[in-house]
Design a protein around this ligand. Structure first.
Ligand code: UD1
Length: 431
């Protein structure tokens, strides 16, 4: 398979951002990482070939394809199009192959659906607090599966899966990959499954669309109640992955923090409404068409905001770090309360090293806007935190050196090249 290990050789690179160069022009947004990962996993549900277009070339998507190959699937990749043929599948995904990516947990659902058993090593991945999978497992149990956790592996098995009412309501709201996982197991269960408290993220809808193209019968995706009528088998399908709303949001913040006016093409503006609303409230000019968004300064001084992260359609937790970078540079005191992953504030210590004035009270970051940020050597701690440091670097005086770039490569396709296209002075160098 082409590109399976594409990003790993660049994993020790660092990114240098020379601050103060205003962005202008336009770029195209890539396909969604968080859609592509479960959709790639879903192609395990059939023996037929599945053809997926607009799959972003990221280390996370490449890991997922490697996991599928390990499980016995044939994978071909030609630029953005991936073909998966899982004529036969193994039901065991060991530690060496799944440890690097938390989202590898989403092979559990399709393997359980197809093989009626699955053993997957408990996931590693982004360091954003304790990330349990109890709701995924509770969902499988509701469908009649037994769950055993031993030696760092989780094993789920059932002689047959039976449709049921599955409540996925958790302490921190709905679970995205948990909803995906239960949906992927339930499509091949006997009878009807109703998921209560389902996640309504666009990526869940994209997965449901793909599964329906494969012959599944799913209704209600995009609401808190998803109804799945089990079918006997699924067939191959062809699908275009939706635009990445977090990449879109990240570039919108780039345009806001240091832009004369930029346009993002091939986007779905409805998916980032909470971000564009926040930017408009802060005083930026945002213009949308059916599939593009432009952001530019409005002539006024940008204002402070009070934001709260919430499940979709609320303000996304995956945009919190980038917004911290922006609000560090706007006038007044802003607050961001993190309701989805309350410990997700590793980027703040690094932003402080660049001159940001931030303090944390409980799950709230209190940000006093400063006139200037200063370039500094900083360390990326997770995917979105790394993006926030690059964004801060665009605005900062001097050079910002972002280390551990492999976090960025997990989730942004050619971030440095796209920012260069917009006029940023950014380079990737070997450590
Ligand atoms: C997905 C996204 C991630 C995003 C997150 C929230 C992918 C690959 N990743 O992650 O980028 O930040 O949604 O929008 O799509 N929880 C439990 N028990 C569980 C599962 C989750 O308590 O079994 C909690 C989590 O700790 C968290 C909250 O529920 O506090 C939401 O997490 P969840 O939606 O499951 O995140 P992911 O699906 O892993």
């Amino acid at each position: 398979m082409q590109g399976a290990l594409g990003s790993s050789s660049r994993s020790m690179d660092k990114i240098l951002v020379h601050g103060g160069y205003p962005l202008s022009g336009s770029i195209k947004i890539s396909g969604s990482k968080n859609s592509a990962l479960p959709i790639i996993a879903a192609s395990l549900l059939t023996r037929d070939p599945c053809v997926l277009h607009r799959v972003p070339d990221l280390s996370d998507t490449n890991y997922m394809l490697q996991i599928l190959m390990h499980l016995g699937a044939e994978v071909e990749r030609a630029s953005g199009t991936v073909t998966v043929k899982a004529e036969k599948v193994e039901s065991i995904a060991p530690y060496e192959i799944v440890r690097k990516m938390r989202a590898s947990v989403c092979v559990l659902g399709p393997l359980l659906g197809r093989c009626k058993e699955a053993t997957v090593s408990l996931p590693g991945g982004c360091v954003i607090g304790d990330r349990p999978i109890d709701l995924h497992l509770k969902g499988f149990q509701s469908l009649g599966a037994a769950v055993r956790v031993e030696n760092g592996n989780v094993k789920v098995f059932a002689p047959k899966l039976t449709g049921a009412i599955v409540s996925l309501r958790g302490k921190f709201g709905p679970t995205v990959l948990g909803t995906d996982n239960v949906m992927m197991a339930a499509v091949l269960a006997e009878g009807t499954t109703v998921i209560e408290g389902a996640a309504a993220e666009p990526e869940v809808c994209d997965l449901a669309d793909f599964l329906n193209k494969m012959g599944a019968k799913i209704e209600g995706a995009g609401t808190r109640r998803i109804i799945i009528e089990g079918v006997h088998e699924l067939h191959g399908a062809e699908h275009h992955i939706i635009p990445d709303r977090i990449e879109t949001g990240t570039f919108l913040v780039a345009g806001a923090i240091c832009g004369k006016g930029i346009t993002l093409n091939r986007v779905c503006p409805g998916h980032v409404a909470s971000v564009t609303t926040a930017l408009t409230e802060a005083g930026y000019k945002v213009v949308t068409t059916e599939n593009s968004i432009s952001v530019s300064p409005n002539g006024s001084v940008p204002k402070a905001l009070e934001l709260v992260t919430e499940p979709y359609p609320g303000f996304p937790t995956d945009m919190q770090a980038q917004m911290c970078a922006l609000l560090s540079t706007t006038e007044g005191i802003s607050t961001i309360t993190e309701n989805v992953f309350p410990q997700r504030y590793m980027h703040l210590a690094e932003l402080k090293r660049m001159g940001a004035q931030v303090q944390i009270e409980g799950a709230t970051a209190i940000i006093q806007g400063v006139e200037r940020l200063y370039g500094a050597p900083v360390m990326a701690s997770d995917l979105r935190a790394s993006a926030a440091l690059v964004l801060a670097g665009l605005k900062a005086d001097g050079v910002t050196e972002v280390r551990r770039v492999y976090h960025i490569d997990r989730g942004y396709e050619h971030l440095d090249e796209k920012l260069s296209e917009l006029g940023a002075h950014i380079e990737r160098v070997k450590e």
